[in-house]
Design a protein. Sequence first.
Lengths: 236, 489
Amino acid sequence: MIKAENLLKKFGNTVAVDIPELSIREGEIWGLVGNNGAGKTTFLRLMVDLLKPDTGRILSKSIPVYQSEHWKSYTGSFIDNNFLIEFLTPLEYFKFISRIYEMGRNDLYEKLESYDHFLNIKTPESSKYIRQLSSGEKHKVGVIGALLSDPEVLILDEPFNFLDPSSQIILKKILGSGSRNKTRTLILSSHNLNHISDICTRVALMEKGKIIKDFQNNRESMSEIEDYFRYQTDKS
Amino acid sequence: MFINFIKHSVKSFLRNAAFELKLFLKVLFAISQLYLFSALIYLGYDFQNVIQLYQSTSDPVTLFNHSLLHICTVLFILQVFSLKNPLSALLAYLHLPVKRNKLVLYILLMSISNYFFIGLLLFFVPYSITTILPDYSTQQFLFYFTGIIIIFFSVGYFSLLIRNLFGISFVYVILPVLLFSGLYFIDLFLDISFTGMSAFIFEQLINKNLYFLILLVLILTGLLLCNFILLKKDFYRIYQNQKALLNYSVSPRSHYFRENALFPYAILEIRLIARNRRPRGFFWIAVFFLVMFCMIIPRADKDLYLTFLVYILISGMFGYSFIQFLFSWESSYFDFISSAKFDIIKYLKAKYLIYIILSLIVFIIYLLVVKPAKAEIHMFFSALLYNSGLGYFVLIFMASYNKSRIDLNRNIFFNYQGINSVQFLGVILIMLIPCLILFLLLLWVNLTHSLLIINFICIVALINQKKIWKIIHNKLSQRKYTNLEGYRK
C-alpha cells in the first residue's frame, strides 16, 4: 500500500529521515515510536507530500506521492494544527471537508453522530471558532477531520496528545474499529508505548531518522522496545 | 393531465421546504407577498400619479416606453440566474405513459409562470388599461398590448432557451454576454441607445405597424420552436448519466457553482475575510480608499493617464489588496490545503470570482455616484477588463512566490508580517503597464480605438484563461515545498 524507497531527508547537515526500504501493507496498523527529534513527524510529512525528499520517494498504491494527487482522495491525515482552518467552527470545518470529498449531507451527519462520544458538535462549545477551542478539542477536530472521508489510508501524528484519558480510550476504539476488519491502513506515531502496543499490529522504532527495529506487535517485541528506551536512558 | 400537472406544481410550491417556517414567519411572508403584489397592481393602476411624486415633468407613457428594454434585460437576467430548469419538476412523469409532447408543452407553459413574469404582468396590465387606453384608440391599444406581451413572452422563452443550453454546457453563457455587450457597444459607438430602441418599439406598435407585430410573432414562434426541439432532446439526454440529472435539478447559477464546486471555496474565502482581524482590516481600508478616490476622482478630459491609472486602482482595489498576500493568508492551514483533496485552482477561481464581483459592484457604484461621460465609462470598463483579464492573473502568478506567514487574527496597524516589497512593486507595475500601453497606442490611434485594442487583448486572455490557470498551477506545484517551509517558520 505504502512504500518508501531510498528515502533521505536532511535539514542542513542533520539527517532527519534515512529509510532505504519500507513497506506497509494494506490493512496494517503501523505504529512509529521514537524519542523527540527522531524524525517521526518529518517521515509522516514526507508521506503526505508536505516535504520534498532529498533522494528517494514514497509510493502510495505504487504511484509516487509527488507525481499524482490521486492519493489524496483515499488518504486522511492530521499531523498538527496547520491542518485546521481555525476561523471556522468545527461543524463548518467538517462540512467543508465533506464538500471537498463530495460526501452527502446525510453521510456527514451520520459520520459525526458515530463520533459523538468523542466530540459532540451539538454542545455550545462547538459553536466557537476552532481557534477558541482548547488544545484537546482542537486535536479532536483534526482527528475527526482526517477520519471523516472514511479514508483507506489514515496518517496521524501523536493522535493521543492533549486528550483526556476517556477520550484516549474512545479514540483507540475508533481507530481500532476501522482497521480491525482490514479496510483501513493506519499509520500513526506516538511517544506512548502503551497506546502503540494496544492498537498497532506492527511497530517500528525510529532513532536519528533511521528505523532501527520493525516487527509485528507481540509481548516480546514490546518488552524489547521498552528495554531499548531503558538502556538509552541509563546511557545518558 | 394538464390539470394534474398544475395541481402537483401548486402542491410542490406550497410544500416547499422553504415554507417550513414558524407560524409568525409564515404570516409575515404571506403579508409581504400580498403587499408586493398589491403594490405592483397599484403602481400600474396609478402610474401617472406615482411618478409625479418623484419626477413632476415626466410623462408616464414616455417613461415606461423608454425603459422597456431595460425592464426586459432585468427580467431576462433574473429569470436566467435564479430559476430552476422546469424539467426537474417533471422527472417523475417521464416513466409514466404521458406523451412527451404534452410534457414539453407543460414546461413551456410553466416556464413563464414565475414570480418575476407574473409580477411584471401585475404592473403592466393595469398600467396599459389606465394609461394607454384613454389616450389612444382601441385598435392602437390592442396592437400595443399584444406587442408588449409578445415581447415579455419572448424574453421568458429566450431565458428558458439559455437555461436549457446551460444544461448542455455553461459555455453558452457567452450568448447573453455577447448580446448585452453588443447592445452596450451599439449604445456607446453608434449612439443608438436602449432608450431609443424602446421608443422605436412603442412607435411601431402604437402606429399599428402590422409587419412589426408579425416580426415579433415570428421571433416568439422561433423561440418556442427552438425550446420545443431542445426540450424534447433533453428528455433523452437527462438520464444519460447522473451528472446530467444533477444539472437539471438546479438553477444554472448553482449548476455553475456545483459543476465547478466553487461554492465551498467561495464561502471559505468570505469567512477568511470576515472572521479575521487582518483581512477584515484590509477590506475596510480598501473601502476607505475607494470612497476617497471617488471623491477626488480626476476627469479624463483633464488628465487622461492619471484617470486611467485611478480607474485601474479603483476597479481592482479589493483584488490588489488581497491577491498580493495570497497564500500568506492561507499559511496557517496550508498543510491541510496541500495534503487534503483541496483543489487549489478551484479555490483561486473562487477568489478571482469574488474580486470580480466586488469590482463590478464598484463599477455600478461609480456609474451611479460619479455619473461619468461615455468615454470615461469605456475607460473604466477597460480598466475593469484589464484587471479581470490580465492584472489579477499576473498577481496570482506572482503570489506563488509568497512564502511568508501571516497570522490572521493580529492587528493590521504597524504589523508588517507577510509584507513583501517585490509584491508591492509588482502591483505598481501591473497598474502602470496598461497606462504605458495606452500611451503607445495613442501615438497611432485615437482613445476609443486604443481602449478597444486593450479590451481585445484582455478578452483574448480571458478566453485563454484555462491555459493561464494551468501555468499558475504548475508554478504553484514547483514552489510548494519552499512555500510550505516558509509558512511553518
